[in-house]
Design a protein around this ligand. Structure first.
Ligand SMILES: Cc1cc2nc3c(=O)[nH]c(=O)nc-3n(C[C@H](O)[C@H](O)[C@H](O)COP(=O)(O)O)c2cc1C
Length: 189
């Protein structure tokens, strides 16, 4: 092909390539990370996180402390209360790098309500990364309390959306329906 001919078709190729790239990103869904902490043997928050990941096609990340919590209910009640009053930041077993986080646009953060707040390990996770420019959506399971996310929403610089708390989460079809309509309202489905 002559140089002249090549130059004359180059703009077409360029337009074609960028046109495709724009189309791909416009139809592409935002990438979703579902990060959660779950403590009890029933693993209720884990169950809810898995359901959300399944519905959204999101990736799961388990938030865990470097030193595991006791398995005793009575003891963990005390440990959690002390962590709350000390504003403790328990060390994470595994940290996400900023580069890993930056692959996601929307981060759903799940936890069991502990003493009308998120467990302090959730704050360790949130404060270990820069969430600016990202959308964070909390979700929780509880024994009856609401989502208890007031403090959490001011802990980091991010755009927060309305969360969902299911008390007595069991994975029932009713629970599933609540998750589905909340995800739809959040624009994720
Ligand atoms: C340390 C601790 C504190 C808790 N505090 C509350 C609370 O303030 N309000 C509430 O409704 N449930 C509370 N619960 C109950 C849990 O939120 C609930 O059982 C949750 O679904 C457990 O989730 P998991 O299986 O993911 O650990 C507490 C449980 C523990 C262990």
């Amino acid at each position: 092909m002559s140089v002249k001919k090549m130059i004359s078709i180059m703009p077409l190729l360029t337009v074609g390539f960028f046109g495709f790239a724009q189309e791909a990103s416009a139809v592409g869904k935002p990438s979703v990370l579902v990060a959660y902490f779950s403590w009890s043997s029933a693993q209720k928050t884990k169950g809810m996180a898995e359901k959300i990941a399944e519905m959204t096609g999101g990736e799961l990340f388990r938030i865990a402390p470097a030193v595991p919590y006791t398995t005793s209910y009575n003891e963990v009640l005390e440990v959690a209360q002390k962590e709350l009053s000390d504003s403790a930041r328990p060390e994470l077993a595994e940290k996400l790098t900023q580069e890993e986080l930056d692959q996601f646009d929307i981060i759903l953060v799940g936890y069991p309500v502990w003493w009308y707040d998120a467990p302090m390990i959730i704050y360790s996770f949130l404060e270990s990364l820069d969430f600016s420019g990202k959308t964070v959506i909390p979700f929780a399971t509880s024994g009856g309390s609401g989502i208890s996310d007031r403090k959490l929403r001011t802990a980091i610089d991010a755009e927060f959306k309305e969360g969902l708390c299911i008390s007595g989460y069991s994975g029932s079809s009713r629970n599933e329906e609540r998750i589905r309509s909340w995800l739809t309202e959040s624009g994720l489905l």
